[in-house]
Every structure is written in structure tokens, then in C-alpha cells.
Design a protein around this ligand. Structure first.
Ligand SMILES: Cc1cc2nc3c(=O)[nH]c(=O)nc-3n(C[C@H](O)[C@H](O)[C@H](O)COP(=O)(O)OP(=O)(O)OC[C@H]3O[C@@H](n4cnc5c(N)ncnc54)[C@H](O)[C@@H]3O)c2cc1C
Length: 460
């Protein structure tokens, strides 16, 4: 490969903080708010002009993982409950108690943006938006500064403790920490997808919705569309004047820009193919329009840090509890086909209808999960151990959200937003405790951390 040598440059240090949070998604905004509330001088760096990560930029909804498996018992409260209550006050979601009776927390992404702005600013978080985390400066096994790029040029943000909430473990990777990628067999991650909102259609009742889904299945059987499920009238949206649909799919790596580019083009094409067809053939949808596609295609999985412990599928299935628990998860082993196969393929399970065509299935089917075994025990949860947040090799870094230490199967459960917010609250609290007493994150007293989390409403 041809290379270019960059002339050495003086890089201005624009901020010095106790805690520097990279990424403002569910794993990042919660970490920053928690760290600042603990008294740490906290900076949050985010590439977009708003926080929320896939909750806003991916239009992903509902927030899952707030109750125990198939039950109404809450397992995540703390910041998640506060965010929900503030959203409810803006008519952006249901009341907290009502959400406990639902499988997830449906919400509107616009009030989510302002709720996060207000919570971060009230806590004293310094926000650096429109800023891309591009590299790190190391001092031995410690990060001394994050290098960022924005319209002002290249800048450095120095700190004591850093949190990698980029989803793709960008910081750990740049710092030279070992990372895993997707499943062990071929490093393929779960497939990506984008939500889209449709409006301008005439409401259909349950019977007609089923008829339309059956029709789309038959069209997909003929190879006409490339979705993994047919429920385009299904609605994850809080406001019911539009649909919020999760049916697109693309196989690729979110840490490779070329794959992300192909994913955006392919998914937009798939959405518009459906819309054109609906307008021409389904009377209720003759005047439907795409209200929005998500600003970015959503990755479910990419790099994970390697910590002293990796959460596994068996932990999810068994509802494993740990002495160093800092969060609880209840979502199941929900692996979207890493090869990007579409209808009738949905999950990567031993019962896959196209299993015989798949090299992974051929080599691994004896070890693969069956559909009936994907769930934690009913009315139960699995713990997320603090050790999953500690990247081996970089001593002043914590990981949060979907890039913690976990196997492919473990991450398929822990990746949902309710769990990521709980992990973030713990990561931020731990970072503040470490910075406040000048110790490394690995030296934080985990029982003290758990006590502080409980004081702040978290269930651990
Ligand atoms: C199609 C799809 C459907 C899903 N469905 C659901 C669902 O129904 N319910 C649910 O709870 N979960 C769902 N999930 C999972 C969930 O959305 C994610 O796992 C969760 O958002 C992860 O949170 P995070 O903070 O770790 O990462 P993200 O939400 O990805 O946030 C990462 C943040 O970091 C920023 N960032 C990344 N790199 C950089 C950089 N280099 N510099 C600066 N900023 C950076 C990003 O802009 C983003 O704001 C779904 C995911 C997908 C893709």
C-alpha cells in the first residue's frame, strides 16, 4: 500500500478532565452524567450534534432490557428510570410504571435529544459535539490524551480516566489493547440494520396487517425484497401517526467505512423499493412517504475489548450472578444472521432454514443455540460483572455499552439499550471514583462502587 508521511504538528490541548467519555450513545451519555454527578470534571466527545447514539441517530426503539425476562419486575432503574420520567413529562414516552407492563420502552427520539442535553448540562458535563475521536496519545500503558478532529483541526483532550463508549471500541483499539471481532469462527459480527419511519398511509386493522405481512412474505419468497421480517405495518414508535420499522439488513463491519457506505446505499434502496411497490399496489399505502430513514445504519456488533472476564451465552441463558455485578441484563441471545441472509432467515440458530448452505452452520451446528434455549430463566436476569469493563493492556481505560468484554453470544443479549445505560452508569461512577482517589479503574473497590450505584437508584 502506498503511504504518506504526515509532517509532525503541534496539537493544542483544548481540555483537561478527570473523566473523558468518548461516544454519546446509551453507554456514553449515562457514563458522562454519572461521572459528573459524582463530582468528576467530565468531558463527553461525540461525532454528531446530539447525544443518544443509536437511540437517536439510529432511530432504534424501543429501549429493551428494563424488566426481568418475560416479566414486569424492573431490573434497571437509576438513570434509565430518570430519563424515562423526563421523557414522559415531554410526552415522549409512557409513565415508568406503564412501561413495566410492556416488552420495551417506546419513545420519541426528538425529546430524547433534549432530555439528554438537559441532564448532561445540569450535571456539569462539558460537551464537545461535532468532534471525531481519531487517535490516542499513550504514556506507557496509560492514555494521556484523546486526539480529536473537528472543524478547528486536530486537538487533544487530556484526562485521568477515559471511557470507550464508541460502540466499536475505537479507543481501546487505537490504544493497542487486544480486541475481538464478531464470532470466533470467522470474525463476522451480527448483521446491521436501519430503522425507517413511514407516514401518510391509511390505518389498517390487525386482520389487514396480517394479510399485508403474508403478502410481503410471499413476495420475499419470490426473491422480490430483501428484508428479514415482513411486518412493515408493525409499530415500535411512541407516536402512532407513523410506523417505526426494523426489517432491513446488511452484513458487514461497522469499523470499515467502505462496508458502512455499501450498507447505507443498499438499505436506502431496499426501503424505497418497498415504498414504490406499496404506493403502486396497496391502496391504503398509495400516498405513503418516508418520513425519515435513520441518519446512520445501525451496527449491532463489531469490536469487543478483552477484559479479565467475557460475558457468555451461558451466562445469559443461566441467569448467572457475579460478586462484582454492576448492572443487570435480561435480553436474550438474539443473533441476527452474520451472513446477512434475509427472509426466511432471521436468527443464527441451529434451526436456520438455510443452515445447510452456511459454512458456520456446517462446522458448528452441534454447538449452536436452539431457539428454545436463547432466553434467561423466566422472571430472572444475568449480571454484568465489573471485570467486563476493564480492557487488558490499557490501565486507565474503561469500556461501556456494546463494546464491553463479551463473547458473540453474550453480546447478543447485553447489547440492548436498557442494559447499555445501566453499564454506562456503572462505568461513569467507577471512573469518577478512580479519578477522585487517584487509583486505576481496576483498583476501585467494587463493593463501594455497587453501594454508590444503589444510592443512585440502580438495582445491583
Ligand atoms: C438495527 C438495530 C436494531 C436494534 N434494536 C434494538 C431495540 O429494539 N432495542 C434496544 O434496546 N436495542 C436495540 N439495538 C441495540 C442498541 O441500539 C445498541 O446496541 C446500543 O445503542 C449500543 O449503545 P452504545 O452506546 O454502546 O453504542 P451506540 O448507540 O452505537 O453509540 C455510540 C456513540 O458513539 C459515537 N461515536 C462512535 N465512534 C465515534 C468516534 N470515533 N468519535 C466520536 N464519536 C463516536 C456515535 O456517534 C454514537 O453516538 C438495535 C441495534 C440495531 C443496529
Amino acid at each position: 500500500m502506498r503511504t504518506i508521511t504526515e509532517p509532525s504538528r503541534q496539537i493544542p490541548v483544548v481540555d483537561e478532565a478527570d473523566v473523558v467519555v468518548c461516544g454519546g450513545g446509551p453507554g456514553g451519555f449515562s457514563a458522562a452524567i454519572a461521572a459528573a454527578r459524582q463530582g468528576a470534571r467530565t468531558v463527553l466527545i461525540e461525532r454528531y450534534g446530539f447525544m443518544g447514539g443509536l437511540a437517536t441517530a439510529g432511530l432504534v426503539a424501543p429501549i429493551l432490557g428494563h424488566t426481568a425476562s418475560e416479566s414486569n419486575t424492573p431490573i434497571v432503574e437509576g438513570l434509565l428510570r430518570e430519563i424515562t420520567e423526563r421523557l414522559h413529562a415531554l410526552d415522549g414516552t409512557l409513565a415508568w410504571e406503564e412501561t413495566l407492563t410492556r416488552w420495551g420502552i417506546e419513545f420519541d427520539a426528538e425529546p430524547m435529544k433534549i432530555v439528554l442535553d438537559e441532564m448532561a448540562c445540569e450535571a456539569g458535563v462539558e460537551l464537545l459535539l461535532h468532534t471525531y475521536v481519531s487517535d490516542v496519545v499513550m504514556d506507557g500503558d496509560k492514555i494521556s490524551a484523546i486526539l480529536v478532529e473537528n472543524k478547528s483541526g486536530r486537538q487533544a483532550v487530556a484526562g485521568k480516566v477515559f471511557i470507550d463508549a464508541t460502540g466499536d471500541a475505537d479507543v481501546a483499539y487505537r490504544a493497542g489493547a487486544p480486541t475481538t471481532h464478531g464470532r470466533a469462527f470467522d470474525q463476522r459480527p451480527e448483521s446491521m440494520g436501519s430503522f425507517f419511519h413511514l407516514a401518510g398511509y391509511e390505518p389498517v386493522d390487525a386482520e389487514r396487517a396480517k394479510e399485508l405481512s403474508d403478502w410481503l412474505c410471499s413476495e420475499m419468497d419470490k426473491g422480490r425484497f430483501h428484508f428479514y421480517q415482513p411486518h412493515f405495518t408493525g409499530n415500535n414508535a411512541y407516536h402512532k401517526d407513523h410506523t417505526a420499522t426494523n426489517m432491513t439488513r446488511f452484513a458487514g463491519n461497522s469499523d470499515v467505512a467502505a462496508d458502512m457506505t455499501r450498507a447505507e446505499l443498499s438499505i436506502r434502496r431496499d426501503v424505497w423499493e418497498l415504498v414504490r411497490y406499496l404506493r403502486a399496489n396497496v391502496p391504503e399505502f398509495a400516498r405513503c412517504y418516508v418520513q425519515q430513514t435513520s441518519p446512520q445504519v445501525g451496527p449491532r456488533e463489531s469490536r469487543q475489548i478483552v477484559g479479565p472476564y467475557a460475558l457468555t451465552g451461558h451466562d445469559v441463558h443461566n441467569g448467572t450472578k457475579f460478586d462484582d455485578a454492576i448492572a443487570r441484563g435480561s435480553w436474550w441471545i438474539d443473533i441476527h444472521c452474520p451472513r446477512g441472509e434475509t427472509w426466511p432467515v432471521h436468527l443464527c440458530v441451529v434451526e436456520c432454514p438455510k443452515g445447510a448452505d452456511c459454512p458456520y452452520w456446517a462446522a458448528e451446528h452441534e454447538h449452536m443455540w436452539s431457539r428454545k434455549d436463547l432466553y434467561p430463566p423466566q422472571d430472572d436476569w444475568y449480571d454484568i460483572p465489573y471485570r467486563c469493563l476493564l480492557p487488558i493492556g490499557v490501565s486507565n481505560l474503561l469500556s461501556s455499552g456494546r463494546c464491553i468484554s463479551a463473547t458473540h453470544e453474550g453480546m447478543a443479549g447485553a447489547r440492548v439499550m436498557g442494559t447499555c445505560i445501566a453499564i454506562g452508569q456503572a462505568a461513569g461512577t467507577a471512573a469518577a471514583l478512580a479519578a477522585g482517589s487517584n487509583v486505576l479503574p481496576a483498583q476501585v473497590d467494587v463493593q463501594q462502587l455497587r453501594a454508590v450505584l444503589r444510592e443512585n437508584g440502580q438495582l445491583v
